[in-house]
Design a protein around this ligand. Sequence first.
Ligand SMILES: O=C(O)CCC(=O)C(=O)O
Ligand SMILES: [Fe+2]
Length: 476
Amino acid sequence: MAAGGAIPMVDLAPFLTGDEAGIAHATEAVREACQTHGFFRAVNHGVPAELLARALELSAAFFALPQEEKAKVRPAAGSKAALPAGYGQQPAHAADKSEYLVMYDPKLGSNVYPAKPPGFRSAVEECFAKLTELGLLVQEILNECMGLPPGFLRGYNDDRSFDLMTAKRYFPATPEGNVGISEHEDGNCITFIFQDGVGGLEVLKDGHWIPAEPVDGSIVVNIGDVLSNDKMKSATHRLVRKTVARYSFSFFFSLPGDKWVEPLPEFTAKIGEAPRYRRFLYKEYRELLVRNKTHPPARPEDIVRKLTVLPTGAPRARQVLQAATPVLAPVETPRHRAPPGVDVNRRRRAQLPDKDMTWGEAAEEGSLPVVDLAPFLTGDGGGIARATEAVLEASRTHGFFRLVNHGVPAELLARALELSAAFFDLPEETKAKVRPATGTKTPLPPAHTADKNEYLVAFDPTLGFNVYPTEPAGFR
Ligand SMILES: O=C(O)CCC(=O)C(=O)O
Ligand SMILES: [Fe+2]
């Protein structure tokens, strides 16, 4: 292992030769590296050094092609993936400055490949296959390091369709900046990085940035951990651009997208420790991390990095504060009546305290503030100021308010409610005909959800993908 703070080096040869003593020694080295750095550098990892060098050379040749040529490797039209397979560049306002080619498991058939340079496609496909094997091996090692039952992680992480590989070119640093990738933690299971000789990858340890200096033929391994409840370290790292372009590949050995991920009982309940992360649906978490990069928020402090960390003191303090805040009386508003002859809520009218009351009047008697938007429709300046103040007050005190004179005809609201009731009263078979377009990924809510309702969903009709009931007439 390397001395001082440097990234530890682990020789994986014993796993390939089956040397038992060597395996125990290397496993110990991985355990130590994961606890201290969250990173290590693997040598004798089974991915031929010649392949790594060839893939890097060919990626440099690809990125050197004219922009029009690279743009041909565009992601499939209509791809909804947060990070679609194909060529991409960071948006101009992103802190990160790189261009990249994304690929998934070739077996999924979703990749788009550059036609040039020749041999690039087969090199990246070979890399993907070899790095998948390495991912499976390192996962076994981590299983042992974490003291989990043999084969546990293999069974837990049994879906390889979320694995992805990126080839990247980081642009040379400029006087304006040298950020290649801003500091972050990887949200996947294990990341493998191989790089050219330029350097710039840095790992945060005890408040210091440690360079992961390039070593020919080696692969940098980084664990992205949630499962061990921080027993293993998911280290913060970044890429600092140098004066020349840098080429690297990252292979993200992932977790199953459809799995709810959380710290394992071995690191929480079974040892009496509270989970530090809340459960999350893995694909949603990953989409969020990807969007940080592809659609970065204008303010860096708005980047959500650890969605999953359970709240500590702050949110609890806020809840206490909210509970202690007296609920203020509803804002003073004039009385409102629905337009003559219109009964907005005939079906629920029986619930009104006084049958001659309007819902606006009833609201005033209850606790929800009522805001009259009429001044915005008539352009009455004084009224606008008062209504604005009422919105502000209601937003502070309740977070809810009732709008009246809002410009949506009361008759329309009443009609829509009446017709929806008629729709939901139809026999089950008739309603089932309004089924979502085939191929839609959104499932109906399962019977075991707490919410008990049925619904009809509509999007903007101009998008053209709504499905409408044919009955009752006039509902559409
Ligand atoms: O290119 C590298 O060396 C680092 C890449 C990285 O950290 C990432 O893609 O998450
Ligand atoms: Fe990373």
